[in-house]
Design a protein around this ligand. Structure first.
Ligand SMILES: [Zn+2]
Length: 297
């Protein structure tokens, strides 16, 4: 018999796990927006962290010799453009790892956003997300940082933006630094990763991060998770990038690529019914492994 839990996704008093230990090993950077905490990583990368909200999403500013890249634009609660403007004068390229709300919130503040070529992603860029579609994300104790004074939770929504689509193999050349696009479906069909081959870095988006991985998401617009696809993506990544450093989009930035194989194996074990799970009031199943969890339907 599986153990019952209240909520497989958002545990009560989730913020008691903060601060996450890895941040004490990173250098914090001054910038003007109190909603964000910004940390400098090696290889000219800034982690732009939103620990005030349950999602603990992390966007990244990646500097090249001639251009900078902003990978994701956050929740749209704080103004991430003010953060970026304080950190670099370089011309900016903006990319979304995928189009879930917490990665696209400030897209409209930028001239052009690159997304993976998928009809659901295209629709979301054109239409944004309504208040009704995102309001639940601010409920109960989702947020513990004070909102910026310009932010109104009662009208919170995601604006449409100017965008262009990219495919697997697309190369962003930032000047002395290239980032190559991988299509990595599973968490969502429009998920991409970026490979920095020179520095052996893999920007993983939501396909891997050191917390509860979402393989359960459903959506009326086709942007839903597919568990078997997720496993196949993890197997492909494990075969190729296990000696890379992963730079992740939630909770803590850095993990060794060796975890990719563990996640691939975990998905196979779930498919084969080999692991115990907890089940919540919605019927979602939560599987706990060393360093990550997986939620499925
Ligand atoms: Zn996501």
């Amino acid at each position: 018999m599986s153990e019952m839990i209240a909520d497989a996704v958002q545990p009560k008093a989730w913020y008691k796990a903060l601060p996450r230990p890895q941040y004490s090993t990173l250098t914090k950077v001054d910038q003007p927006e109190a909603w964000f905490d910004v940390y400098k990583l090696d290889h000219d990368i800034f982690a732009i962290y939103e620990q005030g909200h349950f999602q603990e999403v992390i966007s990244y500013l990646i500097l090249g010799g001639e251009k900078a890249m902003l990978l994701d634009t956050g929740m749209g609660i704080g103004n991430i453009k003010n953060v970026v403007d304080a950190l670099t004068d370089l011309p900016l390229v903006v990319v979304n790892t995928h189009t879930h709300f917490d990665h696209i919130g400030c897209n409209h503040l930028f001239e052009l956003v690159h997304v993976l070529d998928h009809p659901g992603a295209v629709r979301r860029m054109k239409e944004g997300l309504t208040h009704e579609e995102v309001a639940d994300n601010l409920k109960d104790d989702s947020t513990w940082y004070p909102y910026p004074k310009e932010f109104d939770p009662d009208t919170y929504h995601i604006e449409p933006c100017n965008f262009t689509t990219i495919k697997e193999g697309h190369v962003f050349d930032l000047g002395g630094r290239t980032l190559t696009v991988l299509s990595t479906p599973g968490h969502s069909p429009d998920s991409l990763m970026l490979v920095d081959e020179q520095n052996k870095l893999l920007f993983t988006g939501d396909t891997f991060y050191p917390a509860t991985l979402y393989a359960h998401l459903d959506s009326h617009d086709g942007l839903k998770s597919v568990q078997s696809t997720y496993r196949q993506t993890m197997e492909r990544l494990a075969a190729q990038y296990s000696d890379y450093t992963l730079i992740c989009s939630h909770n803590e930035p850095l993990r060794p690529g060796s975890v990719l194989g563990q996640v691939a194996k975990a998905f196979a074990q779930i498919e084969n019914g080999e692991v115990d799970y907890q089940i919540d009031a919605e019927g979602l199943k939560k599987y706990t492994f060393d360093g990550f969890c997986i939620v499925t339907v």
